[in-house]
Design a protein around this ligand. Structure first.
Ligand code: AMP
Ligand code: ZN
Length: 469
């Protein structure tokens, strides 16, 4: 299995520290809002990588945190006049609901920063004792960047360039730093903010120290893979390396993996552009499996553009896979009395090639785009080679193969009936919303979409009723 390591900028053979076991940490979201479809990309990608490693027989200890103390959380709490804990609790629940909808497996552990403060104070104390950190007069603790010779090794930045950039950007209130490059490990509380007692001041941790500590606690001083979106390379992951390697005296992570960004209609997604889409909004229009298939249709290191057209083609692609699975299932019942023929045996040997090619694609730095196209080849192959004369054993073998490869991708072949009902209900809701906004074209489009799913709507005095046709 080869993977691209941001640290070396090369594809490398994956060799875990302990044979058969993988220790993997994925930086999780800051929980102050519903997650957006950009946040969904690392969730889906690294979940698929985990699933593939499990398929290959590895035991994966997968840790992904929730950052539940942060300026944005505090700001939102102040706006709503509630506590930060209430905000983070609410959005962790919402995030878990979205992850479930996207069929992202729960992590082995989902630590929360606010529950790991003791470990952070301990690591900061170690860094101070070793001379890698210092407390300023107001109780802020800084990391002494120049003391760590290898600073910049992940982002491939050079200290001199960084320094001149920082000098130009110097902000007020930071005069107490020994060096403009130094970053915060602990900061004093401000009025109305959550805080914890520490040897330096009542305050809260900086963001970077959280991940160093949670990774150490749940995975150990050294781990195999540390992952996240590419915006985290600098400064977040660079600073995590500095903290962990100076505190623990060991290499922090052997492989660093980063997904490229998701854009919308070829623009960066941002609140100011008004093109911000949450996973929850997508769930109103689509089965989130469509979003999952869409994410997997590109390589994780390539930028991916989100558009309605691409979602529509992912939707029909998912339907194609599911239709093939249903046909095979029907054949498994109808072909019960038919023995496996020699010709079918030969076809199965041919079909085994699809699994091999799927694995080759995934072994090449998790090329899900190619892996997914192999699934479609298998779909075409089974559609072309099954008919009324097919045996149950033949159909079952193809179905098992399709199921196995789809499972690695987290794609569900037979969605539970309740999920379908929920999808129908949310489409009806979206149609009502469109009508309320006098967007009749959209309302008609949804009615047609439901019709194509075999659902007929009837507007009654008690509201909209639906029946299967
Ligand atoms: P945040 O809550 O901003 O810390 O982000 C959580 C995760 O989502 C991080 O791994 C980010 O790198 C990732 N992320 C945020 N925006 C995008 C985007 N537009 N495309 C891909 N990944 C993103
Ligand atoms: Zn992190």
């Amino acid at each position: 299995m080869q993977l691209f390591n941001t640290l070396t900028r090369k594809k490398e053979e994956f060799v875990p520290m302990e044979p058969g076991k993988v220790r993997m940490y994925v930086c999780g979201p800051t929980v102050y809002n519903l997650i957006h479809i950009g946040n969904a990309r690392p969730m889906i990608i690294f979940d698929t990588i985990r699933r593939y490693m499990e398929y290959k027989g590895y035991e994966v200890n997968y840790v992904s945190n929730f950052t539940d103390v942060d300026d944005k959380i505090i700001k939102k709490a102040q706006e709503e006049g509630v506590s930060s804990a209430e905000i983070s609790e609410r959005y962790i629940k919402e995030c878990v609901q979205d992850m479930t909808g996207m069929n992202v497996k729960p992590a082995t552990t989902h630590p929360r920063a606010t529950q790991e403060i003791d470990g952070m104070i301990e690591m900061i104390s170690t860094l101070i004792d070793k001379g890698y950190a210092y407390a300023a007069a107001d109780g802020t603790v800084y990391f002494r960047v120049k003391k760590f010779d290898e600073y910049g090794k992940l982002s491939h930045k050079n200290l001199d360039d960084l320094q001149s950039g920082f000098r130009a950007l110097q902000v007020s209130g930071e005069e107490q730093k020994e060096d403009p490059l130094d970053f915060v490990l602990w900061k004093p509380k401000k009025e109305g903010e959550p805080f914890w007692t520490s040897p330096w001041c009542d305050g809260r941790p900086g963001w970077h120290i959280e991940c160093s500590v949670m990774s150490k606690k749940y995975l150990g001083d050294e781990i195999d893979i540390h992952a996240g979106g590419e915006d985290l390379i600098f400064p977040h992951h660079e600073n995590e390396i500095a903290q962990s390697e100076c505190a623990n005296g060991k290499t922090f992570a052997r492989y660093w993996m980063h997904n490229a960004f998701l854009n919308i209609d070829n623009h960066k997604m941002s609140k100011s552009l008004g093109n911000f889409r949450t996973v929850r909004e997508i769930a109103k229009e689509y089965d989130l499996q469509v979003l999952r298939l869409f994410m997997l249709s590109a390589h994780y290191r390539s930028p991916l553009n989100f558009s309605a057209d691409l979602m529509e083609s992912s939707k029909s692609a998912l339907e194609r896979i599911r239709e093939a699975a249903s046909r095979l299932k029907d054949r498994c019942e109808a072909g019960a009395g038919i023995p496996l023929s020699d010709a079918e045996e030969k076809l199965l040997a041919e079909a085994a090639e699809f699994t091999k090619r799927f694995e080759e694609a995934m072994d090449d730095d998790f090329n899900t785009a190619d892996a997914v196209s192999v699934i479609f080849e298998l779909v075409r192959f089974s559609n072309a080679n099954t008919d009324e004369g097919s045996s149950a054993a033949f159909a079952q073998a193809l179905l098992d193969q399709l199921q196995m490869l789809s499972d690695v991708c987290g794609l569900i072949l037979f969605p539970p009936k309740e999920d379908l009902d929920a999808e129908i209900e949310s489409l009806i809701e979206a149609r009502q919303e469109a009508r309320k906004n006098k967007d009749f074209a959209r309302a008609d489009q949804i009615r047609d979409q439901l019709l194509s799913m075999g659902i007929q709507l009837k507007d009654t005095r008690e509201g909209v009723k639906w029946t299967r046709i």
